[in-house]
Structures are given as C-alpha cells and as structure tokens.
Ligand binder design. Structure first.
Ligand SMILES: Nc1ncnc2c1ncn2[C@@H]1O[C@H](COP(=O)(O)OP(=O)(O)OP(=O)(O)O)[C@@H](O)[C@H]1O
Ligand SMILES: [Mg+2]
Length: 150
C-alpha cells in the first residue's frame, strides 16, 4: 500500500508545486496517475521513490516511511522510469543478478524468477548478450523484469 499524507513541495520559495496532497493506493490496485503538464505527477513520483524529499508530510510504502526509513521503504517497490539509465556493458543476466543482489533475492528463488520472467517477456535467449546490443523495447522489458524480480 502507498499512503501519501499531507505532502507539500516547493521548488521556488512561496510557490507550492504540490499542496497538501493526500492519496492512498491499496494493495493490488492499478492506479493511473493523470494530469496536465506541470500538475506535479513527476514531482510526486520522485517523492514516493525517495529521489526528492517532501517539505511537509510523509509517504508510507507498506507502512515504511520513505523519509525516515528510506532503505526499508525502497525494498518494497520496483521502479520503471521513462528513460532508464542502463549499464550497457553488462550482459542481461549480469544486470538481473546485480539487481537481485541489491534486493537480496536468494539464489534459488532468483534463478527461477529470472527464467520465468524473461521467458514471459521473450528475452530469455538474449540474456548472454550485452544490454548495449538490445533494442529500446528489449531494454524496457529487462527493466520491468528487474523491477519485479523480488
Ligand atoms: N527542478 C525544478 N525546478 C523548478 N521547478 C520545477 C522543477 N521541476 C518541476 N518544477 C515545477 O513543479 C511543477 C510540477 O512539475 P512536474 O514536473 O512535477 O509536473 P508533471 O505533472 O510531471 O508535468 P508533465 O506532464 O509535463 O510531465 C511545475 O510547475 C514545474 O514547473
Ligand atoms: Mg512529468
């Protein structure tokens, strides 16, 4: 569950980009976050993921505060950015194992997860190639795989 509680954020003094936002996204819910340019979508997602800190309020991810327990909160989610920075010189399998290390996925679990996810996304046969050689869509697929590897 993601809970946003009374969150405000200003980039410029006296001009709130986010003004007292409250939002609850329940487990299993698929939530579309729409709004006009400059509404504050990216700012909100940056605060949910701990890239920016709110000026006021707090954000809880499965009960863990992203500001007070950032590491614990970050273990609860995966994030697929618009244009991911990739480690282009790593092979697909090295990249997935690296992320599985970060998320502390046990060896036996990760082996099964990597195989089933990459087969579903039809990139299993490319895992021994460097990400540099992947197409844009293949790169997006492997980022999705790594974000749900846990
Ligand atoms: N780094 C920054 N410095 C100053 N102001 C910023 C910065 N980033 C965003 N803003 C301002 O904060 C407000 C919200 O911007 P944000 O990027 O969160 O909107 P958005 O909903 O993601 O827009 P878009 O649909 O264009 O992606 C806007 O008024 C924007 O000008
Ligand atoms: Mg945006």
């Amino acid at each position: 569950m993601i809970k946003i509680e009374n969150v405000s954020k200003s980039y410029v003094k006296g001009k709130k980009s986010i003004d007292d936002l409250n939002l609850e996204i329940r487990n299993g819910e698929i939530f579309g976050f729409l709004g006009p340019n400059g509404a504050g979508k990216t700012t909100t997602i940056k605060m949910i993921t701990g890239i920016l800190n709110p000026d006021e309020g707090d954000i809880l991810i499965d009960g863990k505060s992203i500001t007070k327990e950032p590491l614990e909160a970050k273990k609860q989610f995966g994030f697929v950015p618009d244009s991911p920075d990739m480690f282009l010189k790593l092979k697909g399998i090295e990249y997935l194992n690296f992320l599985a290390d970060i998320y502390e996925v046990p060896n036996d679990v990760r082996k099964e997860r990597i195989e089933s996810l990459t087969k579903k996304f039809e990139i299993y046969d490319d895992l021994n190639s460097e990400i540099e050689s992947y197409s844009h869509g293949m790169r997006q697929k492997i980022v999705i795989c790594r974000s749900i590897i846990k």
